[in-house]
Design a binder for this molecule. Sequence first.
Ligand code: AMP
Ligand code: TRP
Length: 333
Amino acid sequence: MGKKIFSGVQPTGNLHLGNYIGAIKNFVDLQNETGNECIYCVVDLHAITTKQDPKILKANLRETTATFLASGMDPNKSIIFNQSLVPAHSEGSWILGCIARMGWLNRMTQFKEKAGKDKEKASVGLYIYPVLMTADILLYDASHVPVGEDQKQHLELSRDIAQKFNLDFNVPNFLRVPEPLIQKNFSRIMSLKDGSKKMSKSDPSDLSRINLTDTKDEIKNKIKKAKTDKDPLPIDDKNLNQRPEVKNLLGIYSSLSNQSLKDSIDDFRGKNFLNFKEQLADLVVEKIAPISVEIQKLQKENNYIDSILKEGGEKANAIASKKVEEIKKIIGF
Ligand code: AMP
Ligand code: TRP
């Protein structure tokens, strides 16, 4: 039996190589495995847990969708839609919010990080963000949820909520308890300027990341300027953890060439960086530049993008609204 996959990405614009390797590339691979049913959601309801400019939000929704399509997500194989088109997500979230316990949410580290020092000023939405995420997943009976390491705690919460609902209402296995699918290798792509920081869209230096909209020349220039150290490439992985920038570049190379880190080390053992960086730049250009070109093209086709989302939204709505009706019946509405 194939897997039932659900995952979501926030419409925040400026997606980068870290998002591609950590998330989007896997979404495409899972879609192309036979037997899987995949649902990919641009989570605009999650985005408004922090303040958004309405015009920019709409542009970012379309850009993220364009990035999905440009990367190989296929609306004929996967359901691709944005969350706010399907009311069941909000409805389900309210009901599941009455199952989740304050104590469980109080443990969520992402809220603590995002709310920062002044928790009193964070939105209530930011606090219950993981409950909405739970509704996203459970409404589609997802068996597997591909996410980055940072989302593991939220996935555990969704498992707890599903189990408590099934127990409270004596409906064993009604809500499917989802499994996280967390990439073991290369799940954290680091900044090109500082190997101790994640590659991130919020880094003020554009040289720290490869944006999926970068041109060939921009990609080449950024790899050329990426931080390394004065030693040649390693001959094995022994001291690699002390060389985070080098490890990161080798990780990017391995992931994009679909080979193990060990094989990449063997390919370049003891060589100098000039040669490695040229080959790495060629590989990143080969994989990313076509996506960038396609994104630019799709960005002129708002009607097309909107129609994909609408069609996906209708398919998603048919599934999720049915599940929410069943939930309502169980709880006595
Ligand atoms: P975000 O835009 O941070 O919400 O991330 C969207 C997806 O990309 C999530 O699945 C993240 O785990 C993943 N992601 C974000 N940044 C990185 C990174 N530097 N390396 C690997 N995966 C990442
Ligand atoms: N919280 C996830 C992130 O920031 C995005 C997300 C929302 C999600 N709903 C989801 C991921 C459901 C997986 C399943 O990356």
